[in-house]
Ligand binder design. Structure first.
Ligand SMILES: [Zn+2]
Length: 240
């Protein structure tokens, strides 16, 4: 199978391209995004790494490309090592050089009844699956700015799903690359390093953000109305 078949590609609004991995079990099937900038291009999350994601990213020779991980979970960092410039949360920065299973949950892949519905290559075995170390070349913290030349994202630290979750908000046009902090699908808050009370605080904060459209780590893009609905439902569930 060609890399172009392994990764399903979609052109979105807001000068974004999204990919997912349709043959990965849906539990670990995440979104990867490409954001074209004037001076710098940006990749947000990199999938499982069972095939080389960098082969399908529209790299322009000589133009800087920054690959960013919204958090260190396996379905977001698998191909991060393929990129020379790697950004991720300051919170978990040291772990990116090692990729310990205790924080990536990589072993959860092999534990699935059907990890893949098609083999990424003929001799591929899930038992041999590991996440390659990808030491960060840039760490990101709350309030940092990510400047692509003609568009600029604010880094938000939004813990709860994981302690290191970050998201990117374009405060000018309301584009929100939210990682797993919020997406329009079943939210995961029962992992060993999830935290319900910080997740509720994150959702309360999200209610106040100037978001126009959200592109999450899983599922389809969603608008501000849906964003607030998801955030409010999470907060109310905690109060019930
Ligand atoms: Zn996650």
């Amino acid at each position: 199978m060609k890399a172009e078949e392994w990764f399903s590609r979609r052109e979105l609004k807001d000068r974004l391209i999204a990919w997912t991995e349709p043959f990965i079990n849906e539990y670990l099937r995440a979104n990867m995004y490409f954001v074209r900038g004037r001076d710098v291009d940006l990749v947000v999350d990199t999938g499982m790494g069972v095939r080389r994601f960098s082969e399908v990213v529209p790299v322009r020779p000589g133009k800087p490309l920054l690959a960013l991980a919204t958090h260190i979970h396996v379905d977001h960092v698998g191909s991060l090592h393929e990129f020379a410039d790697r950004a991720g949360p300051a919170y978990s920065a040291a772990d990116f050089a090692v990729m310990p299973d205790a924080v990536t949950y990589a072993s959860s892949f092999a534990a699935l009844a059907e990890p893949v519905s098609r083999l990424p290559s003929p001799d591929w075995k899930v038992e041999a699956y590991t996440v390659a170390p990808a030491p960060l070349t840039r760490t990101l913290s709350e309030g940092d700015a990510l400047d692509l030349g003609d568009r600029r994202f604010r880094v938000l630290h939004l813990p709860g799903h994981s302690p290191d979750s970050i998201a990117l908000l374009d405060e000018h046009d309301g584009t929100f690359l939210s990682g797993d902090a919020i997406y329009d699908d079943q939210l995961i808050d029962d992992l060993p390093d999830s935290d319900h009370s910080s997740y509720r605080a994150t959702m309360a904060r999200i209610l106040e953000l100037p978001v126009r459209i959200a592109y999450g780590g899983h599922g389809e893009p969603f608008d501000a109305r849906r964003l607030r609905e998801i955030a409010r439902a999470y907060i109310e569930r905690g109060q019930a």
